[in-house]
Design a protein. Structure first.
Lengths: 346, 346
DNA sequence: ACAATTTCTGAAATCGTTTTCAGGCAAGGT
DNA sequence: ACCTTGCCTGAAAACGATTTCAGAAATTGT
């Protein structure tokens, strides 16, 4: 019933507590065999609480994300866990629901229970990273930066470049009336994807009405509403770049509801791939990125930072994204003279 | 730099350690105010390790699932976490990758670190639940039973009924050649969904060749291969019930690759809904269930079991499922009479 | 004002480990 | 034989909280 302690093992094996402890930690010990037997017999497992108390290490790592239900974060969790599985750290998971307040709570709570933290802050002016730094908890940020506070190890992707190449792709088909459904602008991905969109347009000297930027807040409903507004415009866009996966679902639903056809009436390109993208009709062209890898890398950086307590310079890694072309983009319908077709598609 | 201890607080407030502890736990104490001040000043947070050691409680709960990347389990995690967020327990998350061996490892590891565990076992003859029972860790099983061992609190859904009504739906359109892509048969959902399928057919006295049951192992690739085999049959089915979400993706990809049309050539019904289902072409008819709710309920049951150490009878809850009809099912195209060829195989 | 209560306090024991610390015992050198 | 090394060992002191216990202070009743 009650869990055996190291003292029970010592007694059973006829040696002292210290000897058992030493053997378990790997020291050479005469009674090794007997101890192993006793451990097996009693099914002894050392108490993590006692070990933490003595060592100051918890053997745990926190992983704080806005929402596990988002396939991207689910993948990050999986990637992070795959690394941790080897090295004997366990993962505390927490959702923040994209709320700064909730994030503060969970961070405060987890602070003392872990040796390090992987954090995807809800917004860029979020105090959590600073709090973690103050508390001396090794931290690496995922997908979102914390520019307001000091530097942190960070694993980002090339949001700007990704958005830019998405828009370039649209431009290459001859589109000029290119709109975007943006995320929350005070988050790193939201900000840079929007800037990338603008940069691409600017470099082609294209100016667009402000209505062509709709804020969808990274939520499905926001994507739906944004697309509805977009299509209700007196002079609607011929192509849209949607800045994340969940908003894309909403946007496509709106498109379907209204009866607009892709890509004939409207070209669509999304950000972040999904198994479903391939079986949509038409299959969705997206900006893709190594999601699990992003989580795995972040975890590796965290573990390294945790062991090397050396004051390493903080690292900022930016992963490449990739355009995977499917069939949701094509030339604008009313193109003056079907002229500028590049990657012609059925 | 170094975290303050309760002794630091005591010293700062000019009282004894015991007094501080008492105040923090809610006792009436004269120096209350001064202690609060000291706590705030030093930013004191009690050490969870020390508290656990003394109390025997860890304040943590484990959540072990086959794969967070599966939207269903992601939803379960979210549901569970939403409950826990109130009551001050933190969640350890672990993936087992559907492997019994891996599950044994993580369970063994987590065993000592938590006050209770939510577990979706990889298979039905998995020793983990028994191990947990032996160790005296309150456990509730999610979505999958452990019939081989004793009774456990369990939160299931009506797999049998769901599968059955899926097939009935197909039957109501006049289909007779109804196939299924099943999951792993030694898991609860796999087994019962298959049985439900068979029961529906049996109750209409329909007999089908064994090829009409393909095992997809709950994986996308399995769904793809299964569907390929199905469509290559000399006398293929006119309707298919796919037993989970990921296999459905694979199956739909196969269908798309081959060029079969839904629902004209083949009706398809899936198990478990997804935001994408609605924007497929045609929108997918599915058996739906309250996913987050399932996780939330399981967590509530676990917490209750953890507090009421009373030896309550173990509860087995079965949640209802619901058919949400969209447009992937229709009448069979050619209803050839007497087309019931048996055991035809290349 | 004094005794009988009640409330509050601090010292110390405890939880289960790890880690000094001072030896014990065997081997090796002279 | 004796002394020096070198391994291994067990007792005991941490780690940071909670809780028992006995006693001090404050409150009450008469």
């Amino acid at each position: 019933m009650k869990a055996p302690t190291i003292a029970d093992v010592a007694h059973e094996a006829g040696v002292s507590v210290s000897t058992v402890s030493r053997h378990l930690r790997g020291d050479r010990v005469r009674a090794a065999e007997g101890i192993d037997r006793a451990v097996a017999l009693l099914r002894y497992r050392p108490s993590p609480a006692a070990q933490s108390l003595k060592s100051g290490k918890t053997g745990a790592v926190a992983l704080v994300v806005p929402d596990v239900t988002n396939p991207f974060f689910a993948a990050v969790v999986r990637g992070a866990e795959s690394i941790t599985a080897q090295g004997g750290h366990t993962i505390f998971l927490a959702n923040t629901d994209e709320s700064d307040a909730r994030e503060a709570e969970v961070v405060e709570d987890l602070l003392t229970r872990v040796d390090g933290m992987l954090l995807a802050p809800a917004s860029e002016d979020n105090p959590s990273p600073q709090r973690l730094a103050d508390a001396g908890v090794p931290t690496v940020l995922i997908d979102r930066e914390a520019p307001s506070t000091g530097r942190f190890d960070t694993v980002l992707i090339d949001n700007h470049g990704g958005a830019r190449s998405a828009v370039e792709h649209l431009l290459s088909y001859g589109h000029e009336r290119i709109a975007t459904i943006a995320g929350t602008v005070n988050s790193t991905p939201g900000r840079f994807r929007l800037e990338g969109y603008r940069a691409a347009l600017a470099s082609h000297s294209i100016e667009l009405p402000p209505d062509f930027v709709q804020i969808g807040g990274f939520k499905e409903h926001g994507g739906y509403q944004s697309m509805l507004r977009m299509l209700a415009l007196p002079d609607p866009p011929t192509a849209v770049f949607v800045a994340n996966n969940t908003m894309t679902i909403g946007a496509l639903r709106a498109i379907k509801d209204i009866g607009v056809r892709i890509p004939d009436d409207l070209s669509v390109i999304g950000f972040d791939d999904h198994p479903f993208s391939e079986i949509l009709d038409p299959p969705l062209t997206v900006i893709d990125r190594p999601m699990e890898q992003q989580g795995a890398l972040a975890m590796r950086m965290l573990l390294s930072r945790m062991s090397n307590d050396s004051w390493r310079e903080s690292r900022r890694v930016v992963l490449d994204v990739r355009l995977t072309e499917r069939a949701s983009c094509g030339p604008p319908r009313s193109t003056p003279m079907g002229a500028r077709r590049k990657g012609a598609r059925a």
